[in-house]
Ligand binder design. Structure first.
Ligand code: PLP
Length: 379
């Protein structure tokens, strides 16, 4: 039944980061021009404005821009005084940088299992992992779904632990109306281009209500200097430059609109997909606003499904195929297969489908149709 006159459609890409909305593009052009005309490229007015605007969006006292999400986590830990001798509890089912950042701060990452429905750290596993050396919990709001903060805050309070939220995938997500990034003592965000709030390069930001920690963050990101050539502590170079800050101001104004677009595409997927396990939204006693950084389904024969979808012109990804506790680089942490069974099972079944704010319903329908076809063939 081959129709040679019919053109083969271009594959459905996993993501499309081109800035195609003309208004957004115009504002970005203007932002770039402003920076070019100012001749001020590092630690200037655009960064200050972005920090003020992001703090206001987050309902936190202070935001401090840094060079990446990984740095945001590391410097948030260091600003709070967490380092050598401290244990920090987090999920193994996360992007590796969550764990790199803990190690770079000098602390020991303690990796625990996740909730089978949401894929975020399981409060019971966290409580069981607390030792006298534990100083902080580092929950990850994975895929745009909040971790169970009410339960985690309870555990932190009982054990006098700090909470540093990894919000890299969840700008704008909420629990019972409350934004993620407002539950912990500090919260770290990545503005890597694919994230819900994406720069056109690397960027990150930390929010907190503590002025002393914020002051320390500002020193840490700039060689540890409190003023020019006065070094109060040992720092790094991790600054959010003026160009990225100016571009992020444009993106921040559209964050809620972009998240609504993600949520409505997710709704459409939920209505039309069949044969795969849909992502969870919410946990007991809490209403959750998922911001769908990723739309992750599950299937027992994930690899076969992924391969067939690729043949049908639909690109997918896996976040993440190998959990941190089984990565070769982290073998010395001493975990073995079987230690975190929920995480390990999830990693074998998860599949991230294309979803980005500018994705059309026609494109989404092609994904749905390809999955439907794969299911019928397998039946
Ligand atoms: C992206 C990401 C990071 C790291 O952010 P970078 O800006 O790439 O350094 C950390 N944690 C999670 C969960 C992420 O998704």
């Amino acid at each position: 039944m081959r129709d040679s006159a019919k053109p083969v459609p271009a594959p459905v890409l996993f993501n499309d980061l081109r800035i195609s909305d003309p208004e957004r593009r115009q504002e970005m052009d203007a932002a770039v021009q402003r920076v070019l005309d100012s001749g001020w490229f590092i630690l200037g007015p655009e960064l200050e404005a972005f920090e003020t605007e992001f703090a206001a969006y987050q309902h936190r006292a202070i935001a401090v821009g840094v060079a990446s999400g990984t740095d945001a986590i590391e410097l948030a830990l260091r600003a709070a005084g967490i380092g050598p001798g401290d244990e920090v509890i987090t999920a193994s089912h996360t992007a590796v940088p969550t764990v790199c950042a803990i190690e770079r701060a000098g602390a020991l990452p303690v990796l625990v299992d996740v909730d089978p429905l949401t894929g975020t750290v399981a409060p019971k596993a966290v409580a069981a992992a607390v030792t006298p050396r534990t100083t902080a919990i580092l929950p990850v709001h994975l895929y745009g779904h909040p971790a169970d903060m009410p339960a985690l805050c309870q555990i932190a309070k009982q054990n006098r632990l700090l909470i540093i939220e990894d919000c890299a995938q969840a700008h704008g997500a909420r629990i019972n109306g409350q934004l993620v990034g407002t539950f912990g003592d500090l919260a770290a965000f990545s503005c890597y281009p694919t994230k819900n709030l994406g720069a056109l390069g690397d960027a990150g930001v930390v929010v907190t209500d503590d002025y002393q920690w914020a002051e320390r963050l500002r020193r840490l990101r700039n060689y540890g200097q409190s003023s020019r050539y006065v070094c109060e502590q040992r720092g790094v170079n991790s600054r959010l430059d003026e160009l990225q800050a100016a571009l992020l101001r444009v993106q921040l104004r559209r964050l809620d609109t972009d998240n609504r677009a993600r949520r409505s595409l997710a709704e459409e997927y939920r209505r039309s997909l069949q044969g795969v396990v849909l992502p969870a939204e919410g946990f007991p006693d809490a209403e959750v606003q998922h911001v769908y950084h990723l739309f992750v389904v599950q299937h027992p024969l994930r690899d076969r499904l992924r391969e067939r979808l690729e043949q049908l012109g639909v690109m997918t990804q896996i976040h993440y195929p190998v959990p941190v506790h089984l990565q070769p680089a982290y073998a010395d942490l001493g975990y073995v297969r079987g230690d975190l069974p929920v995480t390990e099972k999830l990693c074998d079944r998860i599949l991230s489908l294309p979803l980005y704010p500018g994705m059309s319903l026609e494109t989404l329908d092609r994904v749905v149709a390809a999955i439907g076809r794969s299911m019928r063939e397998a039946a």
